[in-house]
Design a protein around this ligand. Structure first.
Ligand code: FES
Ligand code: MG
Length: 589
């Protein structure tokens, strides 16, 4: 075990002989629930448990239970647990979008970790943004921090078929539009997809971001994918509690773990697991808060050419239970490591290197986690694009169906190029009102475009780019049209979309001058996406047409968020916050 740090920061509160009056004041109220002054003044590390579970955060609610085992681990290793709530985030239910809450939880947790006598912290994660927000805060404060995932729900089954979180919604929506199921059946399928405590059981943003935490080296090996109700969950809660106490003694802070290579490992991992496109802004945000510069094309350079290895919805067939039984994240990363696609020497929260952690984690279920050289798909990562409509957009290629590839990507003489007529919607209400309007004459040669759905426009950026074609087209068997937008899409979506487009329409990005009827040319070899509108016409439209209006802010935070938050390509972070990295190096007044 490494040297103890000279002095734990909590000593400044609880053991400050120069300010005995303040020490008395700090101590007395903690004692009113039975904790003793001897404990608080014993020199043991005070370990925060950042509690993200609540009735309003059902995906993370398992942590209310798990925290008991985490406390046991902290106590057994000689620490003192102090549990406190963080701002709840519930992806599915929060209007206008849970994306607003990532930066809000971040701000709140920075204040808690910085302003209270906490020496190390267990970050309890689950639902999509509960992972990146807490990691961002841990980097800003830079005290020892470890991630405890809550784990996915058990697999959902409906009439003998696997139904995965979110994915079942998008698939049922198409069946409903085609007239193949009714509303009752839709609801039954959705409810059956959520059979237990836990977060989304598909490879949506929650499973992706917990895998990212593990790939970054911030959680114990094998932590991310254990289903919430499994016994290993409680056991990992205990071990995580034990380990954070040691990390405090080793002074193992996020700044020693989160370097560029750690983030490249995370990007490679997201690519082979068929992870969510939301990982793009979240990884960028975590990296920037950790002081790591990632270029906009990092996904193209370090993720695109990797194969799809994990056979999990939405890119594949199965769900979280089988993924865990097949070896989970370490088994997927083991494949990358053998193929020379990981930086194995990265230091992790275990105190060991990533390669040491992964030793012996080869999968034995080759239908679930495939070999690197016998994958589900080759080059199945994320493609980044640019053109006269935007400087940055991203396309998750692992979910593009074979039929879609045939139709759009391999037309004779125009390999990997398609030109489509743009149908432009101003936000999702406009889309829902007009998508079935026959006067738009939407056919298979169209691309559906949504604007006003970015960070500033929505505000927060909405998961709306996975627009489905008009009902009439679906009834004809056309389940997909290409889509493009300045919002995001759910990680559980199987839609071929160019999304997270930056700069967004609301700040004058190219989508602001685009008009229905314009031709959009996408060249996937050159990685470009352009409207075939000449410079003079663009200038004329820019001069004559106002930027399409967006709704007013409805709360004080929305207004402040809009004022402070940057574009999705750069992680949607509050840029002013970046300069505060490492606040724990100086004690608060
Ligand atoms: Fe919370 Fe998917 S809605 S994890
Ligand atoms: Mg989501």
């Amino acid at each position: 075990m490494a040297e103890k740090p000279a002095k734990l920061r909590s000593r400044d509160w609880f053991d400050n002989l120069e300010r005995m009056d303040m020490t008395a004041l700090y101590l007395e109220r903690f004692m009113n629930y039975g904790i003793t002054p001897e404990e608080l003044r014993s020199g043991k590390p005070i370990i925060g448990i950042a509690q993200s579970g609540s009735d309003l955060s059902p995906c993370n609610r398992i942590h209310l239970e798990l925290a008991k085992r985490t406390r046991d681990g902290i106590r057994d290793a000689g620490g003192i647990p102090i549990e406190f709530p963080v701002h709840p985030i519930f992806e599915n239910c929060r209007r206008p979008t849970a994306a607003l809450d990532r930066n809000l939880l971040y701000l709140g947790l920075v204040e808690l970790l910085n302003g209270y006598p906490i020496d190390g912290v267990v970050l309890t994660t689950g639902c999509d943004k509960t992972t990146p927000s807490q990691i961002m805060a841990a980097s800003t404060v830079d005290i020892p921090a470890i991630v405890l995932s809550g784990g996915p729900m058990l697999d959902g089954w409906h009439e003998g078929e696997l139904v995965g979180s979110g994915t079942v919604i998008w698939r049922s929506r198409r069946l409903l539009a085609a007239g193949e199921i009714n509303e009752d059946e839709f609801l039954a399928r959705a409810c059956d997809s959520a059979p237990s405590a836990g977060h989304c059981n598909s490879m949506g943003t929650a499973s992706t971001m917990n895998a990212v935490a593990e790939a970054l080296g911030l959680s114990l090996t094998g932590c991310a994918a254990i289903p919430a109700p499994y016994r290993e969950r409680g056991q990992y809660a205990y071990r995580t509690g034990r380990r954070i106490v040691e990390m405090v003694h080793e002074d193992l802070r996020p700044s020693r773990i989160l370097d560029r290579e750690a983030f490249l490992n995370a990007i490679a991992t997201v690519s082979v697991i068929g992870g969510s496109s939301n990982a793009q802004p979240h990884i960028m945000a975590m990296a920037r808060h950790a002081g790591v510069d990632l270029e906009l094309d990092v996904w193209q350079h370090h993720g695109y050419d990797l194969p799809l290895l994990v056979n999990m919805q939405p890119a594949g067939k199965y769900l979280g239970e089988r993924f865990h039984r097949a070896g989970g994240v370490p088994a997927a990363m083991w494949e990358l490591l053998q193929a020379g696609k990981l930086h194995g020497d990265c230091l992790t929260c275990t105190g060991k290197s990533l390669a040491e952690n992964l030793a012996g984690h080869e999968s034995t279920d080759r239908e679930m986690i495939l070999r690197f050289d016998e994958p589900l798909q080759e080059s199945a990562g994320f493609m980044t694009l640019r053109g006269n409509l935007f400087d940055f957009g991203i396309l998750k290629t692992s979910v593009i169906s074979e039929e879609f590839r045939q139709r759009y990507l391999n037309r004779p003489g125009q390999e990997n190029v398609f030109e489509s007529r743009a149908i432009v919607f101003d936000g999702s209400d406009d889309y829902h009102h007009r998508i079935n309007d026959p006067s738009l004459a939407i056919d298979e040669n169209c691309i559906l475009v949504i604007r006003g759905s970015g960070v500033i426009g929505w505000p927060g950026s909405a998961e709306v780019v996975n627009m489905q074609p008009p009902d009439a087209l679906i009834r004809r068997g056309i389940e997909w049209l290409p889509t493009l937008g300045d919002g995001r899409q759910s990680g559980t979506s199987d839609s071929p979309s160019i999304l997270n487009v930056s700069p967004e329409s609301a700040v004058g990005g190219g989508l602001s001058w685009l008009r229905t009827g314009d031709t959009i040319r996408v060249d996937l070899n050159a990685r470009t996406c352009d409207a075939l509108v000449d410079e003079a016409e663009i200038a004329r439209r820019r001069a004559e047409d106002p930027i399409p209006p967006v709704p007013d802010s409805q709360t004080p935070w929305e207004e402040l968020y809009r004022e402070k938050t940057g574009q999705l390509g750069e992680g949607g972070v509050m840029n002013f916050a970046l300069k505060y990295r490492g606040t724990s190096r100086k004690l608060p007044r």
